[in-house]
Design a protein. Structure first.
Length: 612
């Protein structure tokens, strides 16, 4: 199914024409737009304008109904959790993927990850997929995977049937390298691969990858440290509407388990054996709060469902226990069709939970009963050796923050530190440590200080209205560059402004929502900044094209308002990097710090900055 983009080309007010793109078809790489009249006498021209689309709308997972269009035996994935039931219950088992690999057990190919639960359904959160994160070579180390965990690599060649249309590439998890034809990109948090071009699907393509087979031991998982806050907070988030019965049941099922990993194993066994659950496709789709309670409650209509309910319920219960959890959707197990060749079909579609343990990263669990999933991961059945006294448990004290390190307090005995050598050595050591720390802090603060100096110098040298206008535009350009937002000096001012306004964010909103609501980003998210940007564009146009231009007092304030809106439109990591590692200091070498016309080198290709 093609993905639909929304939130673009909307006019910002009833009188302003700044972002009017009526009749424009939007693509993730290029758009054909009709330019508005510029000046007093120019006529409208048809232009090919490269746009950097910062977000895909949530319509990516909506489509025109379950599965979208198509007929016959075609399988289209537009809404992963809805289409799962449809393709499991359809009549003929349609072959979808042919895999060639030396892997003896090529099971569990993921298409995407559902990492947000809003009380109604599980869905993918925001995806950051800049152009440098293409599926065209080696990938960085997966989140949380330490160097000491046992692993190996195995090659895969995957050929997709023309009948299988998906916006995500099916891959094992994790992947070490991949080469796929077309513009496919990956997110650093989820390591799923999403199409960056409208109407690009998996139908008929083939690609190669190297899968990393991670083999953590049960001991390593049980002894894992608590997750860092940037993993713990988003992946344990739950809606306020979640019934308290779910919290109580999760604690009841896992009572007595000494570590987070062992609690996860108890949840898995409860769903598969101890809880009296039955696997059946007769249950209606759904994993909202009401569906969850019905599924978890024993009774005539309870504890019956298929993989969607098992995976979603275990992930929710894991989050109530403070275990970072999410739902993966993909393929379970293929049929062998020849030497090292396997075929995944429509009836192999499956869902399972992934849980995070520091050192091993995201690991798979299998709560669906053996009627559907015969085997479970080996580390969930292995015996956990007893800990020695010098080892720490992974379970935290009841009131301790989940991201605190389990580290014994260091000795406070002064004699133990000095070794009886007197205070002179300690003083000298402290002096060197203090000087070294001050030097490191100074080096870390240097890029930020340079960026502040450039900004002040730019405004100080802008002594005429024309210079003020160019300084304002250059400061806006550098601020966008620092935030890793795409910028192209080859397009018109108003085209550039339209793309900037699409990156505006609403001030003081919950960042954990990760841009899943369209109203949180775009021109409508910050009307004041949008109008300020319109004033700046008008002022720069007059400075460049009019014979004379009058000074305007609000230019600096308008720039600051636009920059604040751009910062509100990106996540905290990008804001921190923009403050402490501003890339405009490097990309603008040789420029005159904003005086004169923009001379930033144009970007050579369009990029997608965010996808939902």
């Amino acid at each position: 199914e093609g993905r639909r983009l929304s939130g673009w080309g909307r006019q910002i007010s009833s009188t302003s024409k700044l972002f009017d793109t009526v009749g424009t078809a939007v693509s993730t790489e290029t758009v054909r737009a009709s330019a508005r009249k510029i000046g007093f006498t120019a006529t409208g021209l048809a232009l090919v304008v490269p746009l950097f689309i910062p977000t895909f709308s949530a319509g990516l997972f909506g489509g025109g109904g379950p599965g979208g269009g198509g007929g016959g035996d075609a399988v289209a994935i537009s809404n992963p959790i809805v289409d799962l039931k449809r393709d499991l219950t359809r009549g003929r088992d349609v072959p979808l993927l042919r895999v060639t690999t030396q892997d003896r057990d090529p099971s569990y190919l993921r298409t995407t990850v559902l990492d947000e639960f809003d009380g109604k359904t599980w869905k993918p959160s925001g995806r950051e997929i800049p152009v440098e994160q293409r599926a065209s070579g080696p990938l960085p180390r997966p989140p949380g995977l330490g160097v000491s965990v046992e692993r190996s690599e195995v090659d895969y060649q995957i050929r997709v049937s023309p009948e299988f249309r998906s916006s995500w590439l099916p891959t094992p998890y994790p992947v070490g390298s991949i080469t796929a034809r077309g513009d496919w990109r990956y997110d650093l948090d989820t390591f799923d691969f999403i199409s960056a071009v409208r109407d690009q699907t998996t139908a008929g393509i083939d690609y190669q990858l190297t899968a990393i087979q991670v083999r953590p031991s049960a001991r390593e998982l049980a002894n894992s440290r608590p997750a860092a806050d940037d993993v713990y907070t988003p992946y344990t988030a739950l809606p306020d509407s979640l019934p308290t019965e779910v919290f109580d049941l999760a604690r009841q099922v896992t009572d007595g388990a000494p570590s987070r990993f062992e609690k996860a194993v108890q949840l898995q066994e409860w769903f598969r054996q101890d809880g009296g659950f039955t696997y059946s496709l007769d249950r209606r789709p759904g994993n909202g709060n009401d569906d969850l309670i019905e599924f978890l409650t024993a009774g005539p209509d309870g504890r019956v469902g298929y993989c969607e309910q098992f995976a979603a319920s275990m992930a929710v219960m894991g989050r109530t226990l403070g275990i970072p959890s999410r739902v993966a959707v993909g393929f379970l197990r293929p049929d062998p069709v020849g030497p090292n060749e396997y075929v995944f079909s429509a009836h192999d579609l499956h869902a399972w939970p992934e849980m995070y343990f520091e050192g091993a990263g995201w690991v798979r669990f299998e709560p669906t009963p053996q009627d559907r999933a015969a085997a479970v991961p080996g580390y969930t059945t292995a015996e956990i050796p007893s800990l020695t006294p010098d080892e720490f448990p992974s379970s935290a004290a009841p009131n301790r923050p989940q991201d605190e390190l389990d580290r014994p307090a260091e000795s406070l005995d002064p004699g133990a530190a000095s070794g009886g050598s007197g205070s002179g050595g300690n003083l000298q050591t402290m002096l060197f440590v203090g000087l070294g720390t001050a030097l490191v802090l100074a080096l870390l603060a240097l890029p930020r200080a340079l960026r502040v100096w450039v900004r002040r110098r730019r405004w100080a040298r802008a002594l005429t209205p024309t210079a003020v206008a160019e300084a304002a535009w250059s400061e806006l350009r550098d601020s966008a560059t620092d935030l890793r937002l795409p910028w192209d000096d080859t397009v018109t001012l108003r085209t550039r402004a339209r793309s900037l306004a699409a990156s505006f964010g609403e001030h003081d909103w919950d960042e954990s929502m990760r841009y899943t609501q369209a109203q949180r980003r775009g021109p409508g998210a910050n009307p004041d900044a949008t109008h300020a940007l319109e004033r700046l564009v008008t002022y720069v146009e007059r400075a460049r094209f009019a014979r004379t231009v009058e000074p305007v007092d609000s230019v600096v304030a308008d720039v600051e308002l636009c920059v604040m809106a751009l910062r509100d439109g990106v996540n905290r990591k990008r804001r921190l990097r923009a403050t402490w590692l501003p890339t405009s200091l490097i990309s603008n070498r040789g420029a005159d710090s904003g005086l004169g016309a923009d001379r930033n080198r144009p970007m050579t290709e369009a990029g997608v900055d965010h996808a939902v």
